[in-house]
Design a protein around this ligand. Structure first.
Ligand code: NAD
Ligand code: LMR
Length: 336
């Protein structure tokens, strides 16, 4: 029996993500938590004739902790798209003041009610919210670095789509699976087009076109924020991306060799994490391709860091500098 809980299930991401999870044959129980509107979303999804059971939970007051506790109890996987999205002109870091405490409180609920669950963090700024969750779980003595995932999958999805659009006659987006490493905001996002089957296409581009492609992946979120014009940020593509990571994790309970990029805590107990850290100035959190398994993250594919081009090395250095501050900010929020 697999139970998945979505925290923030009534939101722009939460609703389509919950729909996709409702259709997944590997999910037996879908638990929906939000501070508003979730009974309606739950009732709606519960009419779908897929085999999973759907339950929704909303607190009766600000003090009511039982709804969150009941939504989380017995969860194998918890996905968090709770919190406010950007408006035009804002950075993801501008969301910190509101989202940091939302994510901290949800992480506290996980520590108390589902300490063994896999936890996927979508709420921005991911570069800081993932350290917040790690520190909260550590404080409660239940942190397992193999089971905490910062969701950067939308960057991979965009990287695949955008290069394919440049070669629309010869390629499909699904031909690609670009490794995107670093973090999830602007210049911390580093797509590695020089590796794998994208290399030959990427190298055929002029230097200006290469720069434009990298910039589009790094700032793809802004395209959506601007197009939505004050009505939020990416929700549908994000639901797809979050679902892809969740689906891969569920798949890895049964198959080996599932690999995805994720923003993880490079705890040295994870194979390859120590080697990765040495190549990125000792950062504690970073997105890299990882091998998934029944226990979560089984191995970090640090080798990509040794294979990147000189141009990508320069992008990496910029990413490392920015990430250092983002990570420190998240850690300090819990420690101080
Ligand atoms: P939204 O405002 O549409 O939905 C957020 C939901 O969270 C709302 O339903 C709200 O009621 C709920 N919520 C607020 N406080 C809560 C709490 N304490 N517990 C549970 N639920 C709570 O926003 P959205 O568009 O769905 O975006 C959600 C977050 O995801 C934002 O922070 C956004 O920046 C982020 N995001 C991340 C990525 C990524 O790639 N990681 C991509 C897109 C958006
Ligand atoms: C994205 O990349 O689309 C998300 O992080 C949302 C945003 O604020 O851009």
């Amino acid at each position: 029996m697999v139970k998945v809980t979505v925290c923030g299930a009534a939101g722009g991401i939460g609703q389509p993500l919950s729909l996709l999870l409702k259709l997944n044959q590997n999910v037996d129980e879908l638990s929906l938590f939000d501070v508003v509107n979730v009974p309606g979303v739950g009732a709606d999804l519960s009419h779908i004739c897929s085999d999973s059971k759907t339950e929704s939970f909303v607190p009766s007051s600000k003090e009511d902790k039982s709804a969150l506790a009941n939504s989380l109890k017995g969860s194998d996987l918890v996905i968090i798209p709770a919190g406010v999205p950007r408006k035009p002109g804002m950075t993801r870091d501008d969301l910190f003041n509101i989202n940091a405490s939302i994510v901290r409180d949800l992480a506290q609920g996980i520590a108390e009610n589902a300490p063994k669950a896999f936890v996927l963090i979508i709420s921005n700024p991911v570069n800081s919210t993932v350290p917040i969750v790690a520190e909260t779980l550590k404080k409660n003595g239940v942190f397992n670095p193999q089971k905490l995932f910062g969701v950067t999958t939308l960057d991979i999805v965009r990287a695949n789509t955008f290069i394919s659009q440049l070669y629309a006659k010869e390629t499909k987006p699904s031909d690609f699976n670009i490794n995107v490493i670093g973090g999830h905001s602007g210049e911390t996002i580093v797509p590695l087009y020089s590796l794998g089957n994208s290399k030959s296409y990427y190298e055929k581009l002029s230097q200006d076109d290469q720069k434009a492609l990298i910039h589009r992946v790094q700032f793809g979120g802004d395209e959506v924020v601007q197009a939505k014009n004050g009505a939020g940020s990416a929700t549908l593509s994000m639901a797809y991306a979050g679902y892809r990571l969740a689906e891969s994790i569920l798949k890895s309970f049964k198959e080996s060799s599932v690999v995805e990029c994720t923003f993880l805590n490079l705890d040295e107990s994870i194979k390859g994490a120590k080697e990765a850290k040495q190549l990125i100035n000792g950062l504690d959190f970073f997105s890299l391709p990882v091998k998934l398994g029944v226990n979560g993250i089984e191995e970090v594919h640090y080798q990509v860091l040794q294979q990147i081009s000189d141009d990508e090395k320069k992008l990496l250095q910029v990413a490392i500098d920015q990430l250092t501050k983002n990570i420190e900010k998240g850690v300090a929020f819990i420690k101080n």
